[in-house]
Write a protein of this length. Structure first.
Length: 310
């Protein structure tokens, strides 16, 4: 069993409109845009990162906004819901705020004893806010959201599967422990994890397979401290029979990827070097930052990419 994985690092999803995506995550949810760059493999498409003040691992939601992309089809083999942590007692504020912004799919309910508010983005992606007592992580404050209500970072991600047996084995190999079962959902957590440490597996035996598109999670990234820990995890996964990519430099972290038994793409990302490697902390996410291999495209990209306020 591995002990290098610390919980979630980031979650990356697909969207249609960069401006709407930026508006929702910064103005409605109150996260900070910590990086404005481009997709390494499709530089004519943004890669936008939202999180806390410095983009701490476990706080960052990222997006590839592909104009005119068809909406994804919900089903098995995907992340069905990404969950943020908010302070105890914050959901009344959030229910009112999201309602005023016309957010879709608002629903209050309980999950594993937690009070939770579910909702959907304009692309149909599933999210929830969960009241977590004594989450010590600092929140990014602004846009009418105070410290008593602001998002602290991720709490969990819920993966939807036809059968969770092989995925459960993988999570346990990655250092997660089974901690609870509620109906068709089994909860796994990193022991002693301090936020962003939970994965829920939802079993839907007769569910139709999902189809990726706008509103779909592209991949889930798990955090390790550094490249040495990442090398150890990569070797262990290879030895276990997983097809793992070579280490890829993503400018703000190093990444490896592999496909899980249920079809969800997992990434292992380093906590180093961080989002301040090419911008001062006070100005994160303001300028268009390009990977070195795409810097020669700057003039064309600054003309063709949709302008994003802020």
């Amino acid at each position: 069993m591995l002990d290098q994985i610390k919980g979630l690092h980031h979650v990356t999803s697909l969207a249609v409109d960069a401006v709407e995506n930026n508006r929702f995550f910064t103005q409605v949810l109150g996260l900070r845009r910590v990086k404005k760059t481009v997709n390494f493999d499709a530089p004519d498409v943004y890669h936008l990162y939202y999180g806390d003040e410095i983009g701490s691992p476990g706080s960052v939601m990222t997006y590839f906004p592909f104009p005119n992309m068809a909406r994804g089809r919900k089903g098995t083999g995907e992340v069905g819901e990404t969950v943020f942590s908010v302070p105890q007692g914050a959901l009344d504020f959030w229910q009112k705020r999201l309602g005023e912004y016309g957010v879709n799919g608002l629903a209050l309910h309980e999950h594993f004893g937690e009070r939770r508010l579910s909702f959907r983005t304009a692309d149909g992606e599933g999210f929830a806010l969960s009241e977590i007592r004594d989450d010590p992580r600092a929140a990014w404050i602004g846009n009418g959201i105070g410290a008593d209500h602001a998002i602290r970072g991720f709490q969990s991600a819920r993966v939807r599967l036809m059968d969770d047996g092989a995925m459960a084995e993988l999570l346990q190999f990655m250092g997660y422990e089974k901690v609870d079962i509620s109906g068709d959902v089994t909860r796994f957590a990193i022991p002693g994890g301090a936020g962003a440490s939970i994965i829920d597996l939802e079993t839907i035996p007769n569910g139709a397979p999902s189809q990726q598109g706008a509103g779909s999670v592209h991949h889930v990234a798990f955090a390790v401290e550094d490249r040495a820990a990442q090398r150890d995890v990569r070797k262990a996964l290879l030895d276990t029979g997983y097809a793992v990519t070579p280490v890829i430099d993503r400018d703000y972290f190093w990444a490896i990827y592999f496909r899980t038994p249920g079809g969800v793409l997992f990434e292992i990302a380093t906590n180093e070097p961080g989002f301040d490697r090419d911008e001062d902390t006070a100005h994160l996410g303001e300028a268009l930052k390009l990977p070195t291999q795409h810097e020669h495209l700057r003039a064309a990209l600054e003309t063709s990419l949709q302008p994003i306020p802020g």
